[in-house]
Design a protein around this ligand. Structure first.
Ligand code: HEM
Length: 458
């Protein structure tokens, strides 16, 4: 596929392919992407709203306009989720293939329909106490004046909330196995440190990291299977996702295999852990450098809350909500969405051949001055109803949109609206590392270096 040479798409049907930069042979634009994902996509956006780029064995089109982003997300049948088959062959990297993030077509529909009710606001209320107690434990564990790596602290916090929500019982020695697997998954996923050439190495090359990863995942598989088997044998009074899944089975004609339950649990663990931790990390990074906004969050927490937040308080925490949304605008945890054209089509006036991968870079679209004034500035007020009016729907899509929209969105927002005000009331963070860290991107968008903070207890 070669790029066209105009920067805006012509109207109507066309044979013209999208324009784009020249890449290196074989590697295409891989090196530019890995070195600086945000910068690379800013450069691509200079070619137009629908732009061609290349990666090893992959022809891709990046989409920057909300209208076409909506088309790609909503038109199932033309665009399907890209399941990274090409990369899986390279990396032997297949996690939870029967879970919601990898199934397609009818199977995905059936699963989504089955799992959706578990993530409704009414069902999620029961997790409020797990969110409060994990946050309290975190705060209690800090000494006044202690220096912490806040991204790691938040990663531990969201993992703890998730494991308690998936399995509401004392995990004992299993906790270690689950934590290790989650850490290994993150390390495996965090390949942005790899050179472009290393990216081409097949994963059967038995590197130290691969072996450790495989051991951790084998132990994890065994543990989760044992937990499912035990729960099926003695269904107790547990208030957790595992119970919900097994109980939901009773209301459906369709029964999940243990392998599917297992893959869903892993999927939630991966999809819900680091994303929420990154939202918290960037929120507090921004609050630490914007004391006026930090004061607004504290004042709201004091005005709305008597004690720890409850599900009933959440609707009144609007400043907190705007702050979290604005942090996810500037630093969207998912970073980018991926689709594949399953048939030839046109987009923004350009021809998109079957098999083309579509890249929807949230971080570029979220900072486009066509939709956001002073887009580089942290201004949570832009999410008030009055100021959101008229903004195109897909100018802001941290949780995606259309049928694959994040199933855990309410759970994640609930976590953010518990944790942010609880921290605001009890802790002052002094930022010790860079206020504007470089970012990199693989599974999630993350700071390239640890974010260090000094904790001052109030
Ligand atoms: C701030 C936190 C989170 C962010 C920013 C986020 C973002 C996203 C995005 C952008 C998608 C759509 C992907 C696509 O269209 O290709 C997605 C899907 C998904 N998310 Fe989240 N997520 C978050 C938290 C969670 C949590 C807490 C869970 C589960 C407990 C979760 C589970 C999932 C699942 C299972 C999918 C796949 C849905 C489907 O394809 O039907 N996410 N998420």
């Amino acid at each position: 596929m070669t790029g066209g040479d105009t920067s805006t798409g012509p109207d109507g049907e066309t044979d013209e392919l999208p324009p784009g930069p020249d890449g290196l042979p074989v590697l295409g634009n891989t090196h530019q992407y890995l070195n600086q994902p945000m910068g690379f996509f800013d450069e691509l956006a200079g070619y137009g709203d629908v732009v061609h780029c290349e990666f090893p064995r992959i022809d891709a089109v990046a989409v920057f306009h909300p209208e076409q982003i909506g088309e790609v997300l909503l038109e199932q049948g033309t665009y399907e989720r890209w399941n990274f088959d090409e990369l899986k062959q390279l990396l032997d990297y297949e996690v939870a293939p029967r879970g919601l993030t990898f199934t397609r077509g009818e199977k995905w529909k059936q699963q989504r329909h089955f799992l959706q009710p578990m993530f409704g606001l009414d069902r999620l209320e029961g997790f409020s106490s797990a969110m409060v107690s994990a946050t309290e434990r975190l705060i209690e564990g800090w000494d006044d004046g202690e220096e912490v790596v806040i991204n790691e602290e938040f990663s531990g916090l969201t993992l703890s909330i998730l494991t308690n929500s998936l399995f509401d019982f004392d995990l004992g020695e299993h906790r270690q196995v689950i934590t290790e697997a989650a850490d290994e998954l993150q390390a495996m996923a965090n390949m942005s440190g790899l050179s472009a050439v290393e990216m081409l190495l097949p994963s059967w090359v038995p590197t130290h990291g691969n072996r450790r990863y495989e051991r951790a995942m084998d132990a994890f598989d065994e543990t989760v299977d044992a937990l499912i088997e035990a729960r099926r044998a003695t269904p107790g009074e547990y208030d957790d996702f595992l119970t919900m899944m097994l109980e939901t089975e009773d209301d459906h004609e369709y029964t999940m295999t243990d392998a599917e339950v297992h893959d869903h649990l892993i999927t939630f663990l991966i999809a819900g852990h680091e994303t929420t931790a990154m939202a918290l990390t960037f929120t507090w990074l921004l609050l630490a450098t914007h004391p006026d906004q930090r004061d607004r969050v504290s004042r709201e927490a004091t005005a709305v809350l008597d004690g720890p937040p409850t599900a009933n308080d959440l609707a009144d925490l609007t400043v907190t909500e705007h702050v979290a949304k604005e942090a996810m605008r500037l630093y969207p945890p998912a970073g980018m969405l991926f689709r594949e054209a399953v048939k030839e089509t046109t987009l923004g006036g350009y021809r998109v051949p079957e098999g083309t991968k579509l890249l929807l870079p949230q971080f570029t679209v979220h900072t486009d001055d066509r939709w956001f004034d002073a887009p580089e500035q942290f201004r949570p007020e832009r999410f008030t109803d009055a100021r959101s009016d008229g903004r195109p729907e897909f100018a802001y899509f941290p949780f995606g949109g259309g049928p694959h929209q994040c199933i855990g969105m309410h759970f994640a927002m609930m976590e953010l609206k518990h944790i942010i005000p609880m921290l605001a009331r009890r802790v002052e963070f002094e930022l010790l590392s860079s206020p504007q860290p470089e970012t990199n991107m693989w599974l999630t968008l993350q700071p390239s270096e640890d974010v260090r903070m000094r904790v001052h207890k109030q």
